[in-house]
Ligand binder design. Structure first.
Ligand SMILES: *Cc1c(COP(=O)(O)O)cnc(C)c1O
Length: 391
C-alpha cells in the first residue's frame, strides 16, 4: 500500500470543476490585482476567525513580515519566540534587522513554554524585546493565557504565528473559546498548499481585532502608499493574488469538515497506538509510551487541535524513517534543526540553552494525517511502525 504524507489530489478531485470555473471567471474579469475576490476572502476569514479585520498577503512569511514592519521592529530590537518552528518565524525577525530571543518549548505540546518565556523576559534588563511571536505548532494553540498575561505585564505586543493553525481554538479562563489569530494584536495565516487551508500557490493573511492596525497592514502590503503614490511609511508588495483568493473561498466552505476528518484520524491513531499488546518493557522502546503523554495533552479540552501535522516522538528515528519509506509510507521531520542552530545565525548571537527544543528536533516524526486518509491506511501505518520496533 502506498501512503503519501499528503495527497492534494484527493482533495482537489471533488472540487476541481468549481475551482476551474472560478479561476476562469477571475481570468475573464481582467481584475488581476486586489479586487472583489480578495476582499471577499478577507471578510470570510475575518468572520471565521472571530476578528475585526483581515488583510490578504502574498504568503504566511509575508504576513509575519508585514506585521513586524507595522510594529516598526528594527535593529537593536529582539523578538521573543520559539526555536522549534519553521524558518519563517525567525527569518522575518532577521529581515527586519532585529534578533530573536528564544524560549524553550513544552516537551509534550511542542509549543513555546510560558515558564521559559518568563525567564527570558526577566533577563531582558535592556528592554530590547519589542514583540512576542508564539507559534501554534502543528495546529495546536500555544498556551495563550499565561503568554497574554505576561505580554500585558511587560507591555509587549503579541503576533500569533498561526500559519499551521487556522481555526484552532483555545479557551480563556472565562471558558470562552478563542480562535487562533484572534488573541494577540494580530495573527498570521499561511495558505501554502500543505496547510489545512491551502491555495494553488502561495498566499497568506493577517487578522487583527485592532482596526487601526488592520488599516496600517493594508497600507504596508501595498508599498505603504496612502493615498496612491504618497508614502509616509515603507512597505512592500505583499498583495494576495485574486486567483488564490477565489480558490481559497471555495475551500474555506469545507475547512471545518477537513479539520474534523483530521481530528478523527488523530483519534484513530491514538486508539491504534494505545491498543497495542506490547509488554511494558518493550513499550518504553516504542513511540507509544512517549506518544500517550502527548496524546493526552493534545486531547485536553483546552486544545482544539486542527492537526496540520500528527507528530510522535520516537527512538531510532533515522532507521524508522528509512523503514517507513521502504514500505511506501510518507513521513517527514518538522524540523530536523532548531532555529537557534541554523548556520545563518552564527556570529549574530550567543547560543541559547534549549534542551527540549533540541530533543524534539532529534526525535520527532510526522505521520500522514490528511483528511482523506482511510482507516485501513492508518492501520497499515501503525502496523508497520510496531513491526519495526518488534523486529
Ligand atoms: C508555513 C509556515 C510559515 C510560512 O508560511 P508560507 O506561506 O510558507 O510563507 C510560517 N510559520 C510557520 C510555523 C509555518 O508553518
Amino acid at each position: 500500500m502506498k501512503i503519501p504524507l499528503l495527497d492534494l489530489g484527493s482533495q482537489l478531485r471533488p472540487l476541481r470543476e468549481e475551482i476551474v470555473a472560478a479561476v476562469t471567471d477571475v481570468i475573464d474579469s481582467t481584475t488581476y490585482i486586489q479586487g472583489p475576490q480578495v476582499v471577499g476572502l478577507e471578510q470570510e476569514v475575518a468572520q471565521y476567525s472571530h476578528v475585526d479585520n483581515a488583510t490578504g498577503v502574498s504568503s504566511g512569511t509575508d504576513a509575519l513580515l508585514v506585521a513586524l514592519m507595522a510594529l516598526d521592529i528594527g535593529p537593536g530590537d529582539r523578538v521573543l519566540t520559539t526555536s522549534y518552528s519553521f524558518f519563517a518565524t525567525m527569518g522575518v525577525v532577521l529581515r527586519c534587522g532585529a534578533l530573536p530571543a528564544f524560549a524553550d518549548i513544552d516537551p509534550v505540546s511542542f509549543n513555546i513554554d510560558p515558564r521559559s518565556m518568563r525567564e527570558v523576559l526577566d533577563a531582558d534588563t535592556e528592554k530590547s524585546i519589542k514583540a512576542i511571536i508564539p507559534v501554534h505548532l502543528y495546529g495546536q494553540c500555544a498556551d495563550m493565557e499565561p503568554i497574554l498575561a505576561m505580554a500585558q505585564e511587560y507591555d509587549i505586543p503579541v503576533i500569533e504565528d498561526a500559519a499551521q493553525a487556522i481555526g484552532a481554538e483555545y479557551p480563556d479562563s472565562s471558558g470562552e473559546w478563542r480562535r487562533s489569530g484572534s488573541m494577540g494584536l494580530a495573527g498570521c495565516f499561511s495558505f501554502f498548499p500543505s496547510k489545512n487551508l491551502g491555495g494553488i500557490g502561495d498566499g497568506g493573511m493577517v487578522v487583527s481585532n485592532d482596526p487601526a492596525f488592520g488599516e496600517l497592514l493594508k497600507m504596508l502590503r501595498n508599498h505603504g502608499a496612502k493615498p496612491k503614490y504618497f508614502h509616509a511609511r515603507i512597505g512592500g508588495n505583499f498583495r494576495l493574488d485574486p486567483i488564490q483568493a477565489t480558490v481559497l473561498r471555495i475551500k474555506l466552505k469545507h475547512l471545518e469538515n477537513w479539520h474534523q476528518a483530521r481530528r478523527d484520524n488523530a483519534a484513530y491513531y491514538n486508539k491504534l497506538f494505545a491498543g497495542t499488546s506490547l509488554t511494558t518493557e518493550h513499550r518504553l522502546k516504542t513511540p507509544v509510551a512517549v506518544y500517550e503523554e502527548a496524546a493526552l495533552a493534545a486531547s485536553e479540552p483546552r486544545n482544539h487541535h486542527i492537526y496540520n501535522q500528527y507528530v510522535i516522538t520516537v527512538e531510532k528515528r533515522d532507521e524508522l524513517i528509512e523503514f517507513l519509506r521502504s514500505k511506501d509510507i510518507g513521513c517527514e521531520i518538522y524540523y530536523p534543526l532548531c532555529l537557534h542552530e541554523q548556520e545563518c545565525l552564527s556570529g549574530l548571537m550567543d547560543k541559547p540553552v534549549l534542551p527540549h527544543a533540541e530533543n524534539a528536533a532529534r526525535t520527532t516524526i510526522a505521520l500522514p494525517i490528511y483528511p482523506e486518509l482511510t482507516e485501513s491506511m492508518q492501520e497499515y501505518v501503525v502496523e508497520q511502525i510496531l513491526a519495526f520496533y518488534q523486529a
